[in-house]
Ligand binder design. Structure first.
Ligand code: ZN
Length: 244
């Protein structure tokens, strides 16, 4: 498991989520694509780790926000790697929909440079809740968990005797949730869907921002779930020094 893009780890653009590269004997599974503003550094990081010939790969998108999908078009074109996205995110990705992705709204709030554009990107495969995905030697289960956005998915996988969960911006290390001030983000949806992540015995937790961990991942999920189920609002991103 490699991290090849990230604002916080200083690996690429300051507008990029974490971009993970999961490598198997078959190929490379890239998790999210960053904003596109860190494209050259992400490609350079991939080549530094894996060599000039990167071989086959797939880009799997967790949800349609611009810091996660903005780089998909150029990465897919340059590397020849197909993009896989949920049926909810795919229309936004394929159209380069700057309103639907939240880019236009975030630009108005000063969250992204005004000149940033979202390029339309073909989506080779679309999935829905509970689908099994076989990508680059990894078997993953797609789990829709609304709350951060209505199209947010987690992906459960087993590898090398450990169980991993890719969570995008659903939740973060320390039980922080991704509740944001956006019409598509909903505390009620968190309450309704967080139980889908109960009892998964997750070791490796791979969020789209902040720390990741390779053991005890379920603890962070359970911290958020416990607060929600007790009727409290868990700690969330954007508050003081949490995550951002
Ligand atoms: Zn997001």
């Amino acid at each position: 498991m490699y991290v090849v893009g990230s604002r916080q780890f200083g690996l690429s653009s300051r507008y990029d989520c974490h971009v993970y590269a999961l490598r198997s004997a078959v190929g490379t599974l890239l998790i999210d694509s960053g904003s596109g503003l860190g494209h050259d550094r992400i490609v350079a990081n991939l080549r530094e780790e894996f060599g000039a010939d990167l071989g086959p790969g797939t880009i799997l998108l967790t949800h349609r926000h611009p810091d996660h999908i903005g780089g998909a078009a150029r990465l897919s074109a340059e590397l020849g790697w197909p993009v896989v996205a949920s049926a909810l995110a795919a229309p936004v990705v394929m159209a380069g929909d700057e309103v639907g992705s939240g880019l236009a709204g975030a630009q108005a709030q000063g969250g992204y440079p005004a000149e940033m554009r979202l390029e339309p990107c073909p989506v080779a495969h679309q999935f829905v809740d509970r689908d099994a995905l076989e990508l680059e030697g990894f078997s993953l289960r797609a789990i829709r968990v609304r709350g951060h956005s209505s199209d947010s998915f987690a992906f459960l996988f087993d590898q090398g005797g450990r169980r991993g969960l890719i969570v995008g911006d659903i939740l973060f290390y320390g039980g922080i949730v991704g509740l944001i001030n956006s019409p598509d983000s909903s505390l009620q949806s968190y309450c309704e869907d967080i139980g889908k992540l109960e009892g998964l015995a997750v070791d490796i937790l791979l969020p789209g921002h902040g720390l990741f961990t390779i053991s005890g991942g379920q603890r962070h999920i359970d911290m958020a779930r416990a607060e929600l189920q007790k009727g409290f609002v868990p700690r969330t991103i954007g508050q003081g020094d949490l995550i951002f």
